[in-house]
Design a protein. Structure first.
Lengths: 114, 110
């Protein structure tokens, strides 16, 4: 069965530092890949997604992620963290054949220190 | 275009009570789903629907029922509430993999 692993349930960075949130998946075929963000007391919203084509995907709020098939990874990065980036981040995977049913990682809580 | 709406936002129930969490979407999405979110456990799928009249179980369906009589609405029923059902519940609708979430219902069962 497919699974998604997010390394580090809590990540803390300083304002202005690089953000790197890790996501690895298990899949025998190239999947669809997603990053979602959840701000406190809100629902989840899509940051970015990879379906086909260019492996470097740009999302909202300056985030981007790169699909690396050989490493089965889809890590999320942002060059310079803002205080407003403090949130919970979820990685999710779907099979291309059933792209509506997502398999979710457990989430990474990002803290941004002044 | 309201997206996905959920009511109520907060609810407190006593053990054994029943209730229905409402979910509606105005995007004409065929796929809808219910999740519960608990600390350290991420999102767990309760039930989902691929279209009106079609529902199926997710990974944690026990204690919950759903129905889908229209494309727009996907209510979640708690048959006999238990403290283990204290959680935050999210409804989502989907088009081509991208899921749109409602704001959630925070449920406490005492």
């Amino acid at each position: 069965a497919q699974s998604v692993t997010q390394l580090g349930s809590h990540v803390s960075v300083s304002e202005g530092a690089l953000v790197l949130l890790r996501c690895n998946y298990s899949s025998s075929v190239p999947p669809y890949l997603f990053w979602y963000v959840q701000y406190p007391n809100q629902g989840l919203q899509l940051l970015l997604k990879y379906t086909t084509g260019a492996t470097l995907v740009k999302g909202i709020n300056g985030f981007e992620a790169e699909f690396k098939k050989s490493e089965t990874s889809f890590h999320l990065t942002k060059p310079s963290a803002h205080m407003s980036d403090a949130a919970e981040y979820f990685c999710a995977v779907a099979n291309a054949g059933n792209n509506r049913k997502l398999i979710w990682g457990l989430g990474t809580s990002l803290a941004v220190n002044p | 275009n309201a997206g996905v709406t959920q009511t109520p936002k907060f609810q407190v129930l006593k053990t054994g009570q029943s209730m229905t969490l409402q979910c509606a979407q105005d995007m004409n999405h065929e796929y809808m789903s219910w999740y519960r979110q608990d600390p350290g456990m991420g999102l767990r799928l309760i039930h989902y629907s691929v279209g009106a009249g079609i529902t199926d179980q997710g990974e944690v369906p026990n204690g919950y029922n759903v129905s889908r009589s229209t494309t727009e609405d996907f209510p979640l029923r708690l048959l006999s509430a238990a403290p283990s059902q204290t959680s935050v519940y999210f409804c989502a609708s989907s088009y081509s993999g991208e899921q749109y979430f409602g704001p959630g219902t925070r449920l406490t069962v005492t």
